[in-house]
Design a protein around this ligand. Structure first.
Ligand SMILES: Nc1ncnc2c1ncn2[C@@H]1O[C@H](COP(=O)(O)OP(=O)(O)O)[C@@H](O)[C@H]1O
Ligand SMILES: [Mg+2]
Length: 463
């Protein structure tokens, strides 16, 4: 095949250059030039363009034929849930995540399951066929019909695909197209390869599962356009050392992005967790100071998550803030609120925070529980084991109402909690639970802290 000509285009201003430059001569930005295939309009192409213009006429919505697609089960119930009820034939699904989190393991299991009923091709661009075979053996998978291909050139992969309806590409950063001279994994390559895979998927009705790596900053390596091309983008979350991983949908053209799947990683493979009620709680909660449990809405599920904090005296100058599972800025902000509005000084304390089980808590409803855990750590008084806390905290120290209050309180009751502290704004919607659990509506953070600790003192005295 003749080598296609490529050009370098600035991703910021669109300026074109025949060779790569560190700095765009037009807009002056550094490192923005990306290789792309140069499109030269030939007479044949121009003619084709005219013809196709006459073919695609606007049609009335009522005349558009509805395409019915039957979803196929992936064999893993949690994955089906995240996909919106199963795999949609002809779709492109991107699975992103840190190295070693279990992307290849999950897709090997899915391919082995699907290969029992249809032709499946597993393109392993990173590992050799024998490595994949070893993994299948370790996971005890029946994969005798699974087709393996160890190839990195996209054109060769395209040729190798015959009548398979399901293809796994592991990973997009390891494949390259021979039309571009840049290295595999570069922005231009990833974009071009993804575009080509999309054309194959839509043209031939093949379902693609594509593995994508995540950069240190947490974004998918490669351009944002990779996410635009895909029908569904899933991310694997969780700390590498923890057994539990969360699969979350970030984009889904065929389902809700509210769903999450909880997986457990073991030596025998990756399993969907159906009973996730106490996996984010520690066994000896309630004994040590500095921890607080909150009902957190992750995806469409409400889970009880324990937030643990630890304070240590600052040894050198600036105090450290080290949160795991919540945003750094959020922790700094909540510490400032506690200092200013509740009179708890943290200026000479290093603060470490950890959400149990490696879960990431992004919603504002965890704010009050973080404050409660910090206050508990600071006062060196544990919070009662059967008390849960939720609510958003504003800069003035007020506790704001949150969504799904009813669901959260319900989960607390289900898990045997005896008291829940929550925003007064949500009282109306949870009033019906009175009698089943002690309801403590609060308007300000210090009300919550006062209730948590003075009440406990009272009950200790009573004992
Ligand atoms: N032989 C083995 N025995 C037990 N666990 C293994 C073995 N090989 C790999 N693993 C575990 O499987 C996990 C997932 O690996 P893998 O699916 O290849 O990750 P990814 O494709 O996301 O980089 C790794 O974290 C590793 O600890
Ligand atoms: Mg892998």
């Amino acid at each position: 095949m003749a080598k296609t000509k490529s050009v370098y285009i600035c991703s910021e201003c669109g300026a074109m250059s025949p060779q790569w430059l560190g700095r765009c001569p037009s807009c002056g930005k550094f490192g923005t030039l990306v290789e792309e295939i140069a499109e030269t309009p030939t007479p044949q192409k121009a003619a084709k363009r005219e013809r196709s213009a006459s073919f695609n006429k606007p049609v009335a919505l009522s005349e558009v034929r509805e395409e019915k697609f039957e979803r196929i089960s992936s064999g893993i119930a949690e994955l089906d849930t995240v996909l919106g009820g199963g795999i949609v034939p002809g779709s492109l699904v991107l699975i992103g995540g840190d190295p070693g989190i279990g992307k290849s393991t999950l897709l090997t299991e899915v391919s082995a399951h699907l290969s029992k009923t249809q032709k499946v091709l597993y393109v392993s661009a990173e590992e050799s066929c024998s490595q994949v075979k070893m993994r299948c053996a370790r996971l005890k998978l029946d994969s005798s019909n699974l087709l393996l291909l160890n190839e990195t050139c996209l054109e060769d992969i395209e040729e190798a695909i015959e009548d398979e309806k399901f293809v796994v590409i592991d990973s997009i950063q390891a494949v390259y197209t021979s039309e571009l001279s840049s290295a595999a994994g570069s922005v231009g390559q990833v974009r071009e390869c993804a575009g080509k895979l999309q054309r194959i998927a839509k043209g031939r009705g093949i379902t693609f599962f594509i593995v994508g790596h995540v950069t240190k900053e947490g974004a998918l390596a490669g351009p944002k356009v990779l996410e635009h091309i895909m029908d569904t983008v899933l991310y694997f979350e969780g700390e590498k050392e923890d057994n539990f991983k969360i699969l979350r949908a970030y984009k889904n053209r065929f389902g809700s992005v509210q769903e999450v799947g909880v997986f457990e990683m073991t030596g025998e493979g990756i399993f969907g967790v159906t009973d996730y009620s106490d996996i984010f709680l520690s066994e000896n909660r309630g004994q040590a100071a500095g921890s607080c449990v909150t009902p957190s809405e992750t995806g469409n599920r409400c889970m009880m998550v324990e937030i643990q904090t630890l304070m240590a005296k600052t040894a050198y100058g600036l105090p450290r803030r080290m949160p795991l599972g919540i945003d750094y800025n959020k922790l700094v902000l909540l510490i400032a609120v506690l200092e200013k509005r509740c009179g708890l000084p943290f200026y000479n304390q290093d603060v470490y925070l950890n959400a149990m089980g490696g879960i990431r808590l992004n919603e504002p409803a965890v704010d009050l529980a973080v404050c409660a855990a910090l206050a508990s750590g600071f006062r060196n008084e544990p919070i009662d084991k059967y008390t849960a806390v939720f609510g958003e905290v504003g800069l003035t120290g007020e506790v704001r109402g949150v969504t799904f209050a009813e669901k959260r309180v319900n989960e607390c009751i289900k898990m045997g909690f005896k008291k829940v502290i929550f925003p007064a704004k949500n009282f109306k919607s949870v009033k019906k639970f009175e009698g089943k659990i002690e309801l403590v509506p609060v308007q300000y953070v210090n009300q919550a802290i006062k209730n948590l600790f003075t009440d406990q003192e009272k009950s200790k005295e009573a004992k």
